[in-house]
Design a protein around this ligand. Structure first.
Ligand SMILES: Cc1ncc(COP(=O)(O)O)c(C=O)c1O
Length: 357
């Protein structure tokens, strides 16, 4: 009964992971209870949590001088926690490349002085201006950018080379291909796209940067409190952490991020190539900044949008509606969306074009 789910998040989870969780739902490995019913301080649960953390470190090749935190509050809470912890008295630099960086900027500007180094807002965020044109501050506390703008479908594929500590929101691109974590002072990501279920947020923070964080904040808002307590400062989202651990194990079993990256590049290429050769569909994003995870596209005649979605749903292709702020369509093709799903989408788009074009 499962269909192809192109949702931007919460998004598809690998079927093998769901099946494993189903098998363990009533009782986890002879423990007499479900993972959901376990104390987060029990040795069984600590093993589950540590294994997930170790697999994530392995997958992303995270150097040993980084903390890997499993928090709550979504990526949205990071929009505030980052400036609270790392804003000090100085200015922080922000790249404005889409709806999510705009939200991050709005929240940060309630807390600290910010400098927008570049913006593509006047062209509806159809690109990320290249680094040479950025107007950076002399002594920024950090530079924040959203590596992949989930709504507009643009991406900065190579991290900036600036001296300021780099902080990136990687919510919709983490684990899609290998990255060099050592380039970053901090990476954060909400789980509900490429990691696992909603309710969990991963933060990866370099130790020397963490030492600069404010120690004046309430405990729940201090990264160092979470680091000192192995992400168990309070009750963590135990089930989301467990299920994400299963996704990490699935990724490792399937060749890790090298292999995921190749599949993801191919999926995105096939879809963009199809859109580009068609005179019925279009994608507005500058080629060098096209996202490999979120592919927005427009129909030549927007009056056909509702019919497209209706027929797509009947063909077993779900959640293709673009974000309400930009309209059109969007296919989110995260790790758990196999190439067969993208092939099915391309076939459907071709048939729809023949019928209505
Ligand atoms: C790039 C990006 N940042 C932040 C968020 C906000 O995440 P959350 O809803 O987990 O707070 C999203 C959600 O889709 C996102 O795509």
């Amino acid at each position: 009964m499962r269909k192809w789910n192109f949702s931007a998040g919460p998004a598809a989870i690998p079927e093998a992971v769901l099946q494993e969780a189903q098998a363990e739902m009533l009782e986890w490995q002879g423990s007499g209870m479900s993972v959901m019913e376990m104390s987060h301080r029990s040795s069984d649960y600590i093993d589950i949590a540590n294994k997930a953390r170790e697999d994530l470190i392995d997958l992303l090749n995270i150097p040993s001088d980084y903390q890997v935190l499993f928090l709550q509050g979504g990526a949205t809470l990071q929009f505030s926690m980052v400036p609270m912890n790392f804003g000090s008295q100085k200015v922080a630099d922000y790249v404005l490349s889409g709806s999510w960086s705009k939200k991050a900027i709005n929240e940060a500007s309630k807390i600290i002085d910010i400098n927008i180094v570049t913006s593509s807002e006047s062209s509806n965020f159809n690109n990320v201006p290249s680094e040479e044109s950025w107007n950076c501050s002399e002594n920024a506390s950090y530079l924040h950018y959203v590596a992949n703008e989930t709504i507009q479908g643009n991406a900065l594929h190579v991290p900036p080379t600036l001296n300021a500590p780099l902080i990136s929101d990687m919510s919709s691109v983490i684990l899609s291909e290998p990255i060099d974590v050592s380039r970053f002072s901090m990476i954060y990501a909400g789980a509900q796209k490429n990691i696992g279920p909603a309710g969990l947020t991963i933060c990866i923070i370099k130790n020397d940067f963490l030492e600069t964080a404010s120690a004046e904040l309430p405990g729940m808002l201090q990264y160092s409190k979470h680091a000192d307590s192995d992400s168990m400062f309070n009750t963590p989202p135990t089930f989301a952490w467990y299920l994400s651990g299963k996704v990490f194990a699935w990724l490792k079993d399937n060749g890790g991020l090298e292999s995921m990256g190749k599949i993801n590049q191919l999926k995105a290429k096939n879809l963009y190539d199809f859109i580009d050769q068609s005179n019925f569909y279009s994608n507005p994003v500058t080629v060098r900044n096209r996202s490999i995870m979120n592919v927005p596209f427009l129909l030549k005649n927007s009056e056909l949008d509702a019919e497209f979605l209706h027929e797509a749903k009947n063909a077993g292709l779900l959640n293709l509606k673009g974000h309400r702020s930009v309209g059109g369509m969007r296919a989110s093709i995260y790790n758990a969306t196999p190439i067969e799903a993208v092939d099915a989408l391309i076939n459907f788009m071709g048939d729809f074009q023949s019928k209505h074009g």
